[in-house]
Design a binder for this molecule. Structure first.
Ligand code: AMP
Ligand code: ZN
Length: 481
């Protein structure tokens, strides 16, 4: 059985068949960088990373793109509040975001496009929409004419008549229709703006994802992920924009992550009921937070509280303890070559038989719309079984074989689950260390010349290969991820 995905568009679980055999094209909506990300954002980002890794584990080559929204009302407002340039605010929180997700064990996307670096693509896409009759200019702004796109509402299941009757009376008279949404916002005094065919202005939120997705992955992609709050209007509008411009289907599988809630209410910056991911990670190990997320299916809502994290911490302590016991048993020279039956022989035989079943079941669970909750259930059963049989006393060859088999399976699955922290091989050679120091020096030089794009590139590339740079008052240090 191959992978099945619940597709928000068709409201069905479907067999996953990529458009192109060579590469899965995968886009996730990234953060708006006006503040540090909260642990709710972290859940959605992490689950996208788990999906990406599982696809790779299953043999697919994946191109994973996650944008950074680096111009937006919220960023402008934050910059005014902090008396800073908007670009310094977004730069600072972009760096913080990459640090946070790296700490949670997420891999860098293959591309992390920023809106301010894609103005040409955005303007071209808007121009195409105007030429094709899907958009119109009005007082220096450009709007999408929702009436013109017959498929509007197909993702969210909303009906345009209901939407119109439900829409609040619009004060904005620049729009023809209350449902029309902005593609290009005419510049307001004092706000950052860029030149365009319609005068100075800046892009609307929805158009950026269509443009960046199409720039980096092409007109048709396999998977598009975001939190459940993005189904409408963000993703509905992305479909209208991209399909209006190209005339064909934009995304094959739309996937949406459930909310991380506090007392059954969505965690969000606006209500103030949030925990920053970096604060959580000061108190809990990344593997604990990962385990907490993985115990629930990505699409289900998940309640967050400190007590629930503590429960995850206890569960983690237990499995880590068992894992270490198994490692120890396998490493003890004493055990090797010992013969005969040991006290647990019958248990070991049964465990080995169960392992055949669990091995299949974990993969089946993950294939079933990335059901990490079911997969974790099986993995906990494996740990319970291991706990019984892993003793560091003399074990016979068969027991050692079974322990090794279970350990290797867990390590294999850890590639996409990331629930066990494995110590990295020691000893980068002196030359490697000197090379990293040289890169840090070059980065300092480019920062002095205000080439932040290059500085970021050096930092991001190093993060990608597992070397984390940390900027502090006394300069930049590095450590292995
Ligand atoms: P934002 O920076 O608000 O655009 O959010 C970035 C990503 O986090 C989007 O995919 C959101 O849907 C997602 N998100 C926001 N709040 C939550 C939450 N409480 N639980 C899960 N995902 C969330
Ligand atoms: Zn988006």
């Amino acid at each position: 059985m191959g992978i099945k995905i619940y597709n928000t568009l068709t409201r069905q679980k479907e067999d996953f068949v990529p458009i192109d055999d060579d590469e899965v094209k995968f886009y996730a909506c990234g953060p708006t960088v006006y503040n540090f990300i909260h642990i709710g954002n972290g859940r959605t980002f992490m689950m996208a990373d788990v999906m990406r890794r599982y696809l790779e584990y299953s043999g697919y080559k994946v191109k994973f793109v996650m944008n950074v929204t680096d111009i937006d009302d919220k960023i402008i407002n934050q910059a005014i509040k902090d008396k800073m340039e908007f670009s310094d605010v977004s730069q600072m929180y972009t760096e913080a975001y990459f640090e946070d997700i790296a700490k949670l064990g997420l891999r860098m996307p293959d591309a992390a496009p920023r809106v301010t670096e894609h103005l040409d693509a955005i303007i071209n896409l808007i121009q195409t929409l105007i030429l094709k009759g899907f958009a119109y200019e009005s007082k220096g702004s450009v709007y999408y004419n929702v009436e013109k796109f017959s498929g509007y509402g197909k993702l969210s299941g909303k009906n345009t008549d209901d939407l119109v009757s439900g829409a609040r009376v619009e004060v904005d008279e620049t729009k023809r229709n209350p449902l029309d949404f902005v593609l290009w916002k005419a510049a307001k005094p004092g706000e950052p703006s860029w030149d365009s065919l319609w005068g100075k202005g800046r892009p609307g939120w929805h158009i950026e994802c269509s443009a960046m997705c199409m720039t980096h992955l092409g007109d048709q992609i396999d998977i598009h992920v975001g939190g459940a709050d993005l189904v409408f209007p963000h993703h509905e509008n992305e479909i209208a924009q991209s399909e209006g411009a190209t005339g064909h289907q934009f995304v094959k599988y739309w996937m949406h992550c459930g909310f991380l809630n506090v007392n059954d209410e969505k965690m969000s910056k606006s209500t103030g009921n949030f925990w920053l991911l970096r604060d959580v990670l000061k108190r809990f190990r990344p593997e604990v937070v990962r385990l907490f997320f993985l115990q629930k299916h990505y699409a289900s809502p998940l309640n967050f509280s400190e007590d629930l994290l503590r429960d995850a911490e206890n569960a983690h302590k237990r499995i880590e303890g068992i894992f270490n016991k198994v490692q120890q048993a396998l490493e003890l020279k004493d055990n090797l070559g010992s013969v005969g039956r040991d006290a647990y022989h019958a248990d070991v035989e049964e465990f080995n038989k169960n392992l055949d079943r669990w091995e299949k079941e974990v993969v089946e669970a993950m294939n079933d719309d990335f059901n990490t909750a079911a997969a974790m259930g099986k993995i906990f059963e494996i740990f319970s079984g291991l706990n019984k049989i892993a003793s560091t006393k003399k074990l016979n060859d068969f027991t050692l074989y079974v322990l090794k088999r279970a350990r290797d399976l867990i390590l294999e699955w850890n590639e996409f689950l990331g629930i066990l922290h494995l110590s990295r091989p020691e000893g980068l050679s002196k030359k490697y260390e000197q090379l990293i120091d040289l890169l840090i020096e070059i980065r300092m030089e480019v920062r002095k010349k205000k080439d932040f794009a290059m500085s970021d590139k050096i930092r991001d590339r190093l993060t990608e290969i597992g070397i984390l740079l940390e900027d502090g008052p006394d300069g930049t240090t590095w450590k292995l991820k």
